[in-house]
Write a new protein. Structure first.
Length: 515
């Protein structure tokens, strides 16, 4: 670096005096010796230094994920740290390969440019392969990969990335899907450390029995998204498999299988601790809370959390609430608000039946307002009825000396459907009341916009409405005036029509003086 353009900063000298430090010189010295002042971070043990760097590099990714996918590296932060010195760069760069995923359209099969670039890097630097813990493989359904060569890159990844613990397989199941399932079997054979598996459709053709056939033997967390119902034959599992699977966490979403298939699926785990069933979307079958209570009864002593979304309408009547008292160790229960409503009415009043959600150890109750993946709740869906329901729930918890400490509200309407009331204002009001009177914490999503912006929007809307009304009144007055003018013109025309086209007088000679 030219002396005129060197980078300097104020810092401690070796004698702990304030001095002008040449950054480039200090960087090189740090790489040669750890004794750069008494507070050099490079003096720390490498294990501690790696932990500190991970705290700086990794960012939250999926709050509901496993330990290997809850966080992912921030590329910009890692790149900045890699420029500090060669020592830190050597620790940071492998972290970039902890999570391998490609956002946007499916791009792994057939491989896009970024996949080919990754493949080349891993081929040239085999030592980087062992650092991958979370991997997402996506296969395009439209257009479907038609050449064997399209699968060559992903097959190499299946052989190279043997330390993966969290795996997602997305797409490739519609139509002829032999290559997709062969790939998954290959991964099962080579990636024996997988503990968390997500199986997700892009198009259609993903069936429950196929997924169960290739499950990893030591799998702990299983997620199925987009399971279609088989119309050719019903699912029939071997009873010998019941209560043998290592799965402790099961999540089902966009799920179309029958109640019979679901009952069998829930008998597979030996000890289920966490269960999530997302809202119905395309499922035509009837499922309700009593059915889930029966299916989950095998795990009544082990379940810690249960989340069930909006189910079938039961002909417009939802007579039952989920009975958490049947699950002795349940700590978290999330239910859909829409299972507590009458159609086309609204939220049913809180009754003694609702007190069943207060299980003996339920500390957290989640109230989910979401509908499904293509629709959303309205701003008006949280109002006075919901406030009254929460107030009564808190009172019941207090009177029963229940374990409830937290209520979590999932409420995220679209940002364009504003109304004349601000639902988060009501949430804040009832939040303060529940805490002061009952010692129960209410947690809700961040508002789509601050109340100050909503007030500003209301004022602008009121001004626009007034302007519109004034404009409409002017148009109406103008129309009335035009009607009056038209009426006067019509009267004038009628008078003109009644008049003769000429004047009938006497002899013209009588009008002249001829003398």
């Amino acid at each position: 670096m030219h002396p005129a353009s060197r980078q300097t900063l104020l810092g401690p000298s070796p004698d702990n005096d304030l001095a002008i430090i040449n950054v480039e010189h200090a960087r090189c010295a740090a790489e040669r010796s750890p004794l750069i002042g008494s507070a050099s971070i490079l003096q720390l043990p490498q294990e501690l230094l790696v932990t500190i760097i991970k705290l700086a590099v990794f960012r939250p990714r999926d709050p509901h994920g496993c330990p290997d996918c809850k966080f992912s590296p921030d590329a910009a932060c890692a790149k900045a740290l890699s420029h500090v010195c060669r020592c830190i760069s050597g620790l940071v760069q492998p972290m970039l390969f902890h999570t391998i995923t490609f956002d946007g359209t499916p791009s792994t099969v057939p491989p896009k440019k970024n996949v080919l670039r990754l493949h080349r890097t891993l081929r040239e630097n085999p030592s980087l392969r062992e650092h991958c813990r979370s991997l997402s493989i996506s296969v395009s359904d439209v257009p479907a990969p038609r050449r064997i060569e399209d699968w060559a890159v992903v097959k190499n990844l299946a052989f190279w990335l043997t330390r993966v613990r969290c795996l997602e397989n997305y797409g490739g199941f519609e139509g002829s899907n032999e290559y997709a399932w062969n790939l998954i079997r290959m991964m099962k054979q080579n990636m024996e450390h997988v503990r968390h598996w997500r199986l997700t459709r892009e198009g259609w053709g993903l069936y429950l029995d196929q997924g169960l056939d290739v499950m990893w033997p030591k799998l702990e967390k299983l997620e199925f998204h987009g399971i279609s119902q088989r119309n050719t034959r019903p699912l029939l599992l071997d009873p010998k498999l019941f209560r043998t699977a290592s799965i402790t966490s099961l999540s089902l979403s966009d799920y179309e299988e029958t109640p019979h298939a679901t009952a069998q699926l829930l008998q597979l785990p030996a000890k289920l601790e966490h269960f999530t069933f997302a809202s119905f979307y395309n499922n035509p079958h009837t499922m309700n809370y009593p059915m889930f209570q029966s299916w989950l009864s095998h795990h009544s002593q082990t379940l810690i959390s249960i989340s069930i979304g909006s189910l079938s309408s039961n002909g417009g009547e939802n007579k039952h609430i989920f009975d958490a008292t049947l699950f002795s160790n349940l700590e978290s229960l999330t239910l859909s608000k829409w299972q507590m409503t009458t159609r086309p009415g609204g939220l049913m009043p809180f009754t003694t039946e609702n007190e069943k959600i207060l299980g003996p150890r339920v500390k957290v109750f989640g109230w989910d307002f979401h509908v499904n993946d293509q629709h959303t709740e309205d701003w008006s869906d949280f109002g006075e009825r919901e406030v009254a329901w929460l107030r009564q729930l808190a009172r019941s918890a207090n009177s029963r000396k229940a374990a409830l400490t937290t209520i979590e509200i999932a409420f995220r309407p679209w940002d364009w459907n504003y109304i004349d009331t601000y639902p988060w204002g009501q949430m804040v009001s009832i939040r303060d009341e529940l805490w002061e009177r009952n010692g129960i914490e209410l947690v809700c999503d961040t508002p789509l916009l601050p109340e100050s912006e909503w007030v500003k929007w209301q004022e602008e809307k009121a001004a626009q409405d007034l302007l519109y009304e004034e404009s409409a009144q002017k148009r109406m007055d103008a129309a009335l005036n035009m009607d009056k003018l038209d009426s006067d013109s019509e009267l004038e025309e009628e008078v003109q029509i009644e008049r003769p086209p000429w004047f009938h007088g006497g002899d013209i000679r009588n009008y002249f003086d001829l003398s």
